[in-house]
Design a protein around this ligand. Structure first.
Ligand SMILES: Nc1ncnc2c1ncn2[C@@H]1O[C@H](COP(=O)(O)OP(=O)(O)OP(=O)(O)O)[C@@H](O)[C@H]1O
Length: 292
């Protein structure tokens, strides 16, 4: 499949600060690509360079197989976290206003159905719930019928149900063959939606691939977590790492590990067994937690 975005040695400096440090990656057509990382990692700067909003210090960005140019951005839609909306317009009027900016806008009725805006289409666009507002902003991002859509933390602040509804919506957009670039602070969201992720840390990509292949590559087995209190006065003869209030062991042989713990007199009360997730991956790769 063709690459919709190709980035080579992309760098952005602000004075002496190297915000994005020579990163390279490609995003395949029709895929959902997630850019992840802690605060200050360089995600927004990277996305804004891809969106044509911030000028790179150096490096190359190709869109749809050609060097990025103003004309190619007509095929791009962007859902901003903060979009200025005009006062006293309903959702329907806001959609019509944004559609009027384009020669060939998407069919509004289809967007209303896709983004489930029908229930609140006559409401003031500035007086919507968080989930409703995000769905409307997504419809606005799709109003020029783009082939490539940027979603910047689209579910931040939404309740779990509204987040899940939004995930379904992203799935529906993907099913239309559009390519999606997503930033999110929610690792479950990235794991659920993204075909490929890149984890940024201090301006560099520290891991890139599909969530499942990255997890399989870095974690063979399961994680066993035990409260630290269980270890008081015991000498543990197994490799583990300390987390906040518990220790964590990675094992491929769960039976054997549990037997070893019991043989060393370590109680298993409060034990949890889990598969590694993207938070664990980030911690392993960088030595610090993805969220503070
Ligand atoms: N316009 C700017 N001028 C100076 N420094 C900037 C500017 N924009 C970003 N930075 C700095 O560049 C680094 C990367 O910032 P960026 O906003 O890209 O990170 P981020 O990963 O998006 O973080 P967050 O999750 O907090 O939004 C940070 O150290 C930030 O302070």
């Amino acid at each position: 499949m063709a690459d919709v975005i190709e980035v080579r040695s992309l760098t952005k400096t602000y004075g002496s600060l190297l915000a994005v440090d020579g990163i390279s990656f490609a995003i395949a057509e029709g895929s959902c690509f997630g850019l992840l990382g802690p605060n200050g990692a360089g995600k927004t700067t990277t996305i804004e360079m891809l969106e044509g909003i911030v000028k790179p210090t150096s490096g190359l960005i190709s869109l749809f197989g050609q060097p990025a140019s103003k004309a190619l951005y007509s095929r791009v839609g962007i859902q901003f976290q903060h979009t200025a909306l005009q006062d006293h317009l309903t959702v329907a009027e806001t959609l019509q206003l944004f559609a009027s900016f384009y020669e060939q806008p998407a069919a509004i009725a289809e967007l209303v159905e896709l983004c489930a805006l029908g229930e609140f289409i006559r409401q003031d666009a500035r007086k919507l719930s968080g989930g409703q507002r995000q769905r409307m902003l997504l419809a606005l991002a799709l109003i020029n019928n783009p082939d490539l859509v940027f979603l910047d933390e689209p579910t931040t602040g939404l309740d779990p149900q509204a987040r899940r509804n939004f995930w379904d919506l992203i799935g529906a957009i993907k099913a239309q063959g559009k390519t999606i670039v997503l930033t999110t602070h929610y690792m479950d969201e990235a794991q659920m939606l993204c075909d490929t992720i890149a984890i940024l840390d201090q301006g560099q990509i520290v891991a890139r691939g599909s969530p499942s292949s990255l997890l399989a590559e870095h974690f063979q087995g399961v994680l066993v977590q035990l409260p630290k209190a269980n270890l008081v006065g015991k000498a543990v003869d197994l490799a583990f790492v300390e987390r906040n209030q518990h220790i964590e062991l990675l094992t491929e042989q769960l039976d054997k590990t549990l037997q070893q713990l019991l043989a060393q007199g370590i109680p298993l009360d409060g034990m949890q067994i889990k598969s590694a997730n993207l938070d664990d991956l980030f911690l392993k790769l960088t030595g610090h937690a993805l969220r503070g």
